[in-house]
Design a protein around this ligand. Structure first.
Ligand code: AMP
Length: 262
C-alpha cells in the first residue's frame, strides 16, 4: 500500500509533426501514479518509451507531473482475467462481437463499435463513447476521444503476482488491465473493446464489470499501426459525469481474491 507517502500523477503524450492540438500525429501515451522518490526514474522511462515507439519517432513529447491529494483517491477492483481462443483476425473479431453481446451490448452496437475502430484512418489519442444500444457516438471529442488518466494499482507487488499467475508480463497488458478496470467501474459503462496501435502487438480484449477482462489473442494484422478503444455506454448515461470520472477521478485498482476466473 502507498501509506502516508506523497503521490504524484505522471502523464506522457507524444506526437509527430508537432503537438496533438496543432495536428500532430499521435505516437504514444502513458499514465502512472507513483511515490515521490520514484518520479525521476519513471519520467526518464516514459521519455525513452516516447522516443523509441514502434509507431514512429516523436518530435513532440509532453510529460506532466502533478501532486495527488489523498482525499481525491477512490478504489475499484481489478477485473478478473481470462482468455478467449482465436487464431485469426476474423475469428478474433467474431469472438469480440460475441463477448460484447454477452456483456450487454446489442449486436448492432457491437458491430458498429468494432467497425468504428477498424475504419479509423489513424489511431486516436483516446477512446470513443458509443451507445450500447444503437451504436452511435455519444461524445463530441472527435479525433481526440476520451483519454483515461489518473489511475494505477494500489499494490504493485500483489498486482505483479496476479499477472504472473497467468503467465502475463509487459507494459501492454499491465496498463490495459488497470485502464479496463477503471473504465468498467464507470457509471453507465457496459463494456469496452480495445486493440493496440503498436504494429507488433495484435492482441486486444473486451472488458466489462459483468464478464471481466476477456483477452483476445488476435484482433488485427501484424504491422497494422492503427488501434483503438470503444467504451459502450447505456443510452441514459450522464456523459459529462462519465467523462469527468474517466479523465479526472483518481482511481487505485485493488488486487483481490476475485482477480481470477479461470
Ligand atoms: P494501446 O493499447 O496503448 O496501444 O492503445 C490503443 C488505442 O487505445 C490507442 O490508439 C488509443 O486510441 C486508445 N487509448 C490508449 N490509451 C488510452 C487512454 N489512456 N484512454 C483512452 N484511450 C486510450
Amino acid at each position: 500500500m502507498f501509506g502516508e507517502k506523497e503521490l504524484y500523477s505522471l502523464k506522457m503524450r507524444a506526437a509527430q509533426g508537432g503537438p496533438h492540438e496543432k495536428g500532430g500525429r499521435h505516437i504514444s501515451g502513458s499514465e502512472r501514479i507513483i511515490e515521490k522518490n520514484a518520479v525521476d526514474k519513471e519520467v526518464l522511462a516514459m521519455l525513452e518509451r516516447a522516443k523509441y515507439h514502434q509507431r514512429g519517432a516523436a518530435d513532440f513529447i509532453s510529460i506532466k507531473v502533478e501532486l495527488i491529494k489523498k482525499e481525491q483517491i477512490r478504489y475499484r477492483q481489478l477485473l478478473a482475467f481470462s482468455q478467449c481462443e482465436a487464431a485469426s483476425v476474423e475469428a478474433g473479431r467474431k469472438v469480440a462481437l460475441a463477448e460484447l453481446e454477452s456483456a450487454g451490448v446489442t449486436p448492432l452496437a457491437a458491430r458498429k463499435g468494432l467497425q468504428a475502430i477498424a475504419a479509423l484512418p489513424d489511431s486516436m489519442r483516446g477512446a470513443m463513447l458509443v451507445n450500447a444500444v444503437t451504436g452511435s457516438r455519444m461524445d463530441d471529442l472527435g479525433n481526440r476521444g476520451v483519454r483515461v488518466t489518473n489511475m494505477d494499482v494500489d499494490d504493485a507487488e500483489k498486482f505483479a503476482t496476479a499477472l504472473a499467475q497467468h503467465g502475463l508480463q509487459g507494459d501492454h497488458v499491465r496498463e490495459a488491465l488497470v485502464l479496463a478496470s477503471k473504465v468498467a467501474g464507470g457509471e453507465g459503462v457496459v463494456a469496452e473493446l480495445c486493440w493496440s496501435d503498436d504494429p507488433l502487438y495484435v492482441t486486444g480484449y473486451v472488458g466489462s464489470a459483468k464478464n471481466g477482462y476477456r483477452r483476445i489473442q488476435v484482433l488485427k494484422k501484424l504491422h497494422d499501426s492503427v488501434g483503438g478503444r470503444v467504451f459502450f455506454i447505456r443510452p441514459d448515461t450522464d456523459v459529462p459525469a462519465l467523462i469527468h470520472y474517466l479523465q479526472e477521478q483518481v482511481i487505485f485498482i485493488r488486487t483481490g481474491e476475485s482477480a481470477s476466473v479461470d
